[in-house]
Design a protein around this ligand. Structure first.
Ligand SMILES: Cc1ncc(COP(=O)(O)O)c(C=O)c1O
Length: 435
């Protein structure tokens, strides 16, 4: 029988979740058939304040009453206030802001500015990176979705991700020493036509399998970029505004990017993104005729939501909360690990946590089918998690609840995960084998 949800919708990502949602509050989603589900994906990793935060609602209501949208060259109070707020939040000299809508767009704009400023076009990204699915930015999106859409942008290069559990250059085992980064830049130098423009990186590679670079990775990347006159672009779509236990992911080891893209977590569920850079880069690009006008650049309504999000993060101490609760979540998962041979690796920073599933810890063979069955069973039992990809496999669970999550809710999630793993393997022991 045809699924009613598929009758009029293009299936943009394979299929849809086996439920329809009526409402959501805090970390909980309520389905049409009255079930409550713990949301360990924060929507699409956007709802860091939890669902239905009254402050976002109030800000939106005010905007609906006063001002929703304007011509792109007209500015409004929420836009001016948010730009100033962001400029003050970022370290010097990052003080120039453009307000956009999605993560793909914020990254595209960052790379447009980088190209115009340097006069070069070659951009490097990390293998297993995800930066968005519009054609320009997808060219340096190395975790998925290159096949079938024709040519990508020339000058897109991949360097190996610092994936310590499965070292891409077969060098480290469990602890990355950044050899992959040195090798990556050697490869880059040998392939370049002399137009190296920028490196784009996530502080933690989320969609590519929650890969946490070792301390010192971004500072060394900064040095390697500087030596070549390349800019460093940091994509904070998932990590900005607290998720990793610092306001921004790049702060972890004190690196200063040239351009930063923030998105998902800025709007708390409302489409809002920003690209931030220095006055020097902005002035140079404007002098060269920088152009990026869209229907919703500098829109007042999403800016009002962004201001509310920043207020709540501050007032509720959510950055510290993410650090604490993230530590708790990691500890609970590591306690669970010895009980299940299929939990190969538990890793993460703050409230961005990955659990890599394997046939057994000795072989480390990716257990893709187990991942699919486990997320389905967990959802049935009331816990929504993503399965994300680690290389060619899709065997990494990603746990990224709202930053407002309580310890009791984390305990409930661990209980469901544990019970689901036992139930799935009890019913289908063959899933403990490799993919
Ligand atoms: C790190 C990162 N950058 C960029 C994007 C793209 O953002 P959007 O889907 O808003 O275009 C995503 C989306 O998942 C992401 O995770």
């Amino acid at each position: 029988m045809e699924d009613e949800r598929e009758r009029f919708l293009i299936r943009y990502a394979g299929g849809f979740a086996p439920l329809v949602v009526d409402r959501a509050e805090g970390a909980w989603i309520e389905t049409r058939d009255g079930r409550r589900v713990l949301d360990f994906t924060s929507g699409q990793i956007c709802s860091t304040l939890g669902h239905g935060h009254p402050r976002i609602g109030a800000a939106l209501q005010r905007a609906l009453d006063e001002l929703i949208h304007l011509s792109s060259w007209m500015l409004s109070e929420p836009v001016l206030a948010l730009a100033e707020r962001l400029a003050r939040l970022f370290p010097d000299p990052l003080e120039k802001v453009i307000l956009l809508n999605t993560g793909s767009e914020a990254n595209e704009v960052a790379l447009k500015l980088a190209k115009l400023h340097t006069g070069r076009f070659e951009v490097a990204g990390l293998t297993r990176s995800f930066h968005g699915l519009l054609t320009g930015i997808a060219s340096v999106n190395f975790s998925m979705a290159h096949a079938g859409y024709g040519p990508l942008l020339p000058g897109a290069f991949a360097i190996p991700a610092p994936y310590a559990y499965r070292c891409p250059i077969r060098h480290c085992d469990g602890a990355c020493d950044c050899a992959c980064l040195e090798v990556g830049f050697e490869l880059l130098d040998q392939q370049s036509v002399g137009s190296l423009c920028a490196l784009i990186a996530e502080p933690v590679l989320s969609t590519g399998g929650v890969i946490v670079p070792p301390d010192g990775y971004l500072p060394r990347a900064r040095e390697l970029c500087d030596a070549r006159g390349m800019l460093l672009v940091v994509d904070e779509a998932q990590t900005g505004f607290g998720r990793l236990g610092t306001m921004f992911g790049f702060e972890h080891d004190g690196v200063l990017p040239d351009l930063v893209a923030v998105s998902k977590t800025l709007g708390g569920g409302i489409p809002l993104a920003a690209t931030v850079t220095s006055a020097a880069i902005e002035e140079d690009c404007v002098a060269k005729g920088f152009l990026h006008v869209t229907s919703h650049v500098s829109d007042p309504l999403p800016a009002a939501a962004g201001l509310a999000v920043l207020d709540v993060i501050d007032e509720e101490g959510l950055v510290e909360r993410a650090r604490e609760r993230g530590g708790y979540l990691l500890r609970r998962l590591r306690e669970l690990q010895p009980e299940h041979e299929q939990i190969g690796d538990v890793r993460g920073r703050g409230l961005l946590v990955g659990v890599e599933l394997v046939a057994d810890r000795e072989s480390k063979a990716p257990a893709d089918e187990l991942g699919t069955a486990l997320t389905a069973e967990s959802l049935r039992r009331g816990l929504s998690m993503n399965i994300v990809r680690a290389g060619a496999s899709a065997n990494c669970l990603r746990l990224a609840p709202p930053l407002t999550i309580s310890e009791a809710e984390i305990d409930a999630a661990i209980e469901i995960l544990d019970a689901s793993l036992r139930a799935v393997l009890g019913a289908r022991p063959e899933l403990a084998a490799a993919r």
